[in-house]
Design a protein around this ligand. Structure first.
Ligand SMILES: *[C@@H]1O[C@H](CO)[C@@H](O)[C@H](O)[C@H]1NC(C)=O
Ligand SMILES: *[C@@H]1O[C@H](CO)[C@@H](O)[C@H](O)[C@H]1NC(C)=O
Length: 581
């Protein structure tokens, strides 16, 4: 009798996990063998304080607000970096950008600076799109890429979205910049260009003097040496002047798959084209499963907005641009409704990092709510805390707010799990599966520590101490900036991440983020939890550092200089011009 009972018990116990799994699986609707579609929206440079459902009542974002009403809104959603290229690399790979060499490095640049550079998202990194592709998904990206194009020739497309797991691409391989709109002041290397102009003039005068002196027999070098020297210098100046002379042509072009359709692009029509592309992708693939990544060019400068939205918001060009982006989201949500896909589509909305405090182009500056700092300002909360909304009617609850710490890198693990794929096993993946948290099966975040870098410098670390439900944050260094905004980084466009541009904190500053989300009051070093918490974090940092390996630096030096041999060009270089549509 006893034995029988034991056997029975054992059998039941063995069945238990299976039953649980079955129960869990049954809460996810049966579509394409449990495979939902994914529509992922990512805004560019949108601050957490600029969305209606996050408390902004002067901007109108009814469509983003609708997503929040129909889904889960995250209040503690953290980007992996405070600038485009590294944050996007991390989003697509589920790994801190330092693992893929996409961070930047002291003395180098912070993002990819041209469409024609030899750096980019390494081909041996595996995006979630690639894994979903293997699971039968049709994958598309519409909009901004900013993760490189070519490695060695002008059409090897080694870093192109189509070589990183996407079946379809329509958009900009680079990013919007002021230079994409003819009437706007340039924003690329402005101080350097002024210097270049100065040195070119100086050189011309020196050369002239040298020639005259030589002629008069006063210069003891041969003509040959003089000519060779002059040629090198002329070549140097030609290179830089060519790079800057056609910035708009070199960088602001639209591609469909591998083909350039518009060079330079027409900003007046781009928003409409992106919407049509997204709608048509959804309707072409409605039999599913599909993944569509809508990577907005909004709300990056130059904040070009279509006539219909110009002058309509309360925040000038800047606000008009946000309201136009919201309209685009509405149109695409409409397509999901229309095709009857709403219940088997997981829709997500986020921004790649905080808003740009320098604002640029208008008096309205980026606004990150109660959080200190903004785009490019290291590991401060305003630099990396962004909106995050998940909607999946019937699976995730509606109108729900979750305050647990989550990361943009979690999208990686989450969509791979839901799409039936397996995470790569030969590398560290930093993103976590958010499904249990979103479904309410788990009430606590899967994260303990998060590491916040500015280039390859560790600026701050977050620790979620679950035993007392407190989120701590340690600051090891912070960029020097004026919190008031305009000229936040002392007149330069981006704050430095190291050297003279930062303040080192030794001993580090500790904040209780749960009680002090604006990072205003560092805790005293000698009383309270300081020692214990900082020690715990130090240990985690040591472990984290052990997990890092040196990799080629993609944003550094020659990898990030304009290389005419790599220039995507519609026509015969340097005559790159076309309007095919
Ligand atoms: C809404 O966002 C705009 C644009 O960043 C900002 O200037 C404004 O202060 C925000 N308004 C509120 C009420 O948060
Ligand atoms: C990719 O290749 C580089 C060397 O080129 C290597 O350092 C890195 O570890 C590789 N990454 C992965 C994920 O295998």
């Amino acid at each position: 009798m006893g034995r029988l009972c034991r056997e029975l018990c054992e059998k039941t116990m063995a069945l238990f996990p299976a039953v649980l799994l079955l129960l869990w699986a049954s809460t996810i609707p049966e579509t394409h063998g449990n495979k939902p579609n994914f529509v992922l929206f990512m805004a560019d440079d949108l601050g957490i304080g600029e969305v209606g459902c996050y408390g902004n009542n002067t901007l109108r974002t009814p469509n983003i607000d609708r997503l929040a009403r129909e889904g889960v809104r995250l209040t503690h959603h953290i980007a992996a970096a405070s600038l485009c290229t590294p944050s996007r690399a991390a989003f697509l790979t589920g790994r801190y950008p330092i693992r893929s060499g996409m961070t930047g490095h002291e003395g180098g640049y912070l993002v990819l600076m041209w469409s024609a550079v030899s750096g980019g998202l390494p081909t041996n990194e595996t995006t979630f799109a690639k894994i979903l592709q293997e699971q039968g998904y049709t994958t598309g990206i519409i909009g901004k890429w900013h993760l490189g194009v070519n490695c060695r020739s002008k059409n090897d497309f080694c870093y192109h979205p189509l070589n990183h797991g996407f079946d379809y691409f329509y958009g900009l391989t680079y990013t919007l910049i002021n230079d994409c709109e003819e009437s706007m002041p340039s924003e690329i290397h402005v101080p350097f260009r002024a210097k270049l102009q100065f040195y070119a003039q100086l050189f011309a005068m020196t050369l002239l003097t040298a020639m005259v002196s030589k002629r008069m027999g006063l210069l003891p070098v041969s003509w040959k040496v003089l000519v060779i020297f002059a040629c090198f210098v002329v070549l140097y100046f030609t290179y830089w002047f060519a790079a800057y002379a056609f910035l708009r042509y070199w960088n602001c072009f639209l591609m469909r798959d591998f083909e350039i359709t518009e060079q330079p692009m027409d900003l007046e029509t781009t928003a409409g084209k992106m919407v049509n592309e997204a709608k048509s992708f959804i309707s072409r693939n409605k039999e599913g499963p599909f993944l569509l990544f809508v990577s907005f060019l909004h709300i990056h400068s130059p904040h070009s907005t279509t006539e219909k939205f110009r002058g309509k918001s309360k925040h000038e060009r800047y606000g008009d641009n946000i309201e136009e982006m919201d309209w685009m989201i509405g149109e695409i949500l409409g397509a999901i409704d229309q095709e009857g896909l709403v219940n088997n589509t997981l829709t997500y909305f986020t921004s790649d990092h905080g808003a740009h405090l320098e604002g640029m182009n208008s008096k309205s500056q980026g606004f990150n709510g109660i959080y200190r700092g903004g785009k490019g300002i290291g590991g401060l909360e305003g630099a990396i805390r962004v909106p995050g909304i998940f909607r999946w009617p019937g699976v995730f609850p509606a109108n729900t707010i979750i305050d647990e710490p989550t990361s943009l890198m979690d999208i990686y693990t989450t969509v791979i799990k839901l799409g039936g794929g397996k995470l790569p096993e030969d590398r560290i993946i930093d993103g976590k599966d958010l499904v249990p948290l979103m479904q309410g099966l788990d009430s606590v975040s899967p994260h303990d520590f998060m590491f916040h870098y500015c280039t390859d410098q560790l600026h701050t670390v977050r620790w979620y101490q679950k035993s007392n439900h407190t989120v701590w944050k340690v600051h090891y260094m912070s960029p020097k900036f004026t919190p008031e905004g305009a000229g936040a980084c002392y007149g330069t466009k981006f704050c430095s991440c190291s050297g003279n541009g930062v303040i080192l904190h030794d001993p580090p500053l500790l904040y209780n983020l749960s009680g002090d989300p604006s990072e205003k009051n560092p805790l005293p070093h000698d009383v309270g939890p300081y020692q214990e918490v900082v020690q715990e974090i130090e240990q985690a940092v040591a472990m984290h550092k052990i997990s890092l390996h040196p990799v080629p630096q993609q944003l550094y030096k020659f990898n990030n200089m304009w290389d005419p041999r790599l220039q995507p060009c519609c026509g015969t270089f340097p005559l790159c011009w076309c309007q095919k549509e």
